[in-house]
Design a binder for this molecule. Structure first.
Ligand SMILES: C/C(=C\COP(=O)(O)O)CCC[C@H](C)CCC[C@H](C)CCCC(C)C
Ligand code: CDP
Length: 309
């Protein structure tokens, strides 16, 4: 095998599957922190209890988890509305001087706070669909307002560049579609969704903020992008990715070999930064190219971790 092939292979998961051990749901550590487990008798199909639960315990387990997920969905949905409303008010009161800064802060915070909220959902396999309801409802909200079937001035002002409702059907819509994808396909068990959202929300969002402010030196192959923006994308995308992986590993969702992980997150961030710097925004929006390239690279490096039965 040639050196380059073995070098590439050494990064692929088959060489390192042991480096990432997804904590199986039946281990002693709960797949969500103790203080979140309202009752210990959770759906037995996720845990290997010694005693067969009675029908009542199973009923409580199922309904307790459903109530937890319904409440978590309502709470996160309220948070989504509150975030957009807050930035709309801050902009109206000129406490945030640029509308673009407001939009970018919503861009950075929405997805990252959504990602941070996943542990409040139950340990049911279906919990991811409750979580995905929030970006789905926002997707509907964006389409309705983007088609001018309704007018939510605060939403339009907070998440569009020029204040045109049809802008909602591009960047913001792709953004919430990626949130739905990451919640339903990757959820809490896989580092792929977390890294992809960290790159799209944290990296790309900060690139815009720093690039507009300090981006004097432009990138040779794309005069719309700057070294300051791209370096910010790499640094913040990397740091926020590692931060999210650390957050989830401390909650017991997986154990990572951090030296090995940090190397690969840096490579994912580098690739995502290069993709974001390319002059392809007219062909493929950054809110698609950045997360999709991050997913591909994270898949190659970390493998596809899916919850065990
Ligand atoms: C401004 C946004 C995208 C624009 O991207 P770009 O064109 O600047 O590249 C983000 C749009 C956010 C959306 C309207 C609301 C999404 C809320 C999210 C699903 C849940 C957040 C919950 C959390 C607890 C605040
Ligand atoms: N790598 C980057 C990214 C953005 N930027 C700055 O941020 C502005 C908006 O970037 P963008 O077109 O990627 O914005 P979004 O598509 O992320 O909303 C650019 O016009 C640049 O002024 C930069 O300088 N360098």
């Amino acid at each position: 095998m040639s050196l380059s092939a073995s070098a590439i292979l050494s990064f692929t998961p088959s060489f390192h599957q042991s480096r990432i051990s997804v904590l199986r749901r039946h281990t002693k550590l709960p797949s969500s922190p103790d203080f979140l487990n309202v009752r210990r008798s959770w759906p037995t199909h996720l845990y290997s209890f010694n005693t067969t639960p009675c029908a009542l315990q199973h009923f409580h387990a199922q309904h307790g988890a459903l109530l937890q997920d319904a409440g978590a969905t309502a709470l996160v949905m309220a948070g989504a509305y509150a975030l957009v409303l807050a930035f709309d008010n801050l902009t109206n009161r000129n406490l945030i001087e640029q509308q673009n800064l407001s939009r970018k802060l919503v861009h950075v915070l929405s997805g990252l706070l959504f990602l941070c909220s996943w542990p409040i959902f139950s340990t049911m396999r279906e919990a991811r669909y409750f979580a995905a309801l929030v970006p789905l409802l926002n997707c509907i909200r964006l389409v309705i307002n983007g088609l001018s079937l309704s007018t939510d001035e605060g939403l339009v002002k907070s998440v569009t560049r020029e204040g045109n409702p049809d802008e909602l059907l591009r960047g913001p819509l792709y953004y919430v579609l990626v949130l739905i994808l990451c919640a339903t396909i990757f959820w809490r068990e896989s580092p792929i969704g977390m890294i992809s959202l960290a790159m799209m929300c944290g990296g790309d969002g900060v690139a815009d903020i720093m690039g507009r402010r300090y981006g004097v030196l432009k990138i040779p192959y794309n005069q719309q992008k700057s070294w300051a923006g791209s370096i910010s994308m790499f640094v913040f995308g990397f740091l926020i990715s590692v931060g999210m992986l650390y957050y989830y590993s401390t909650l017991g969702y997986f154990q990572l070999d951090w030296a090995w992980t940090v190397e690969r997150v840096a490579l994912v961030s580098l690739v995502a930064t290069i993709v974001e710097s390319l002059p392809i925004t007219d062909i493929l929006d950054d809110n698609l190219s950045v997360p999709l390239s991050s997913m591909l690279m994270a898949f190659l490096f970390f493998g596809y971790q899916y919850p065990s039965r």
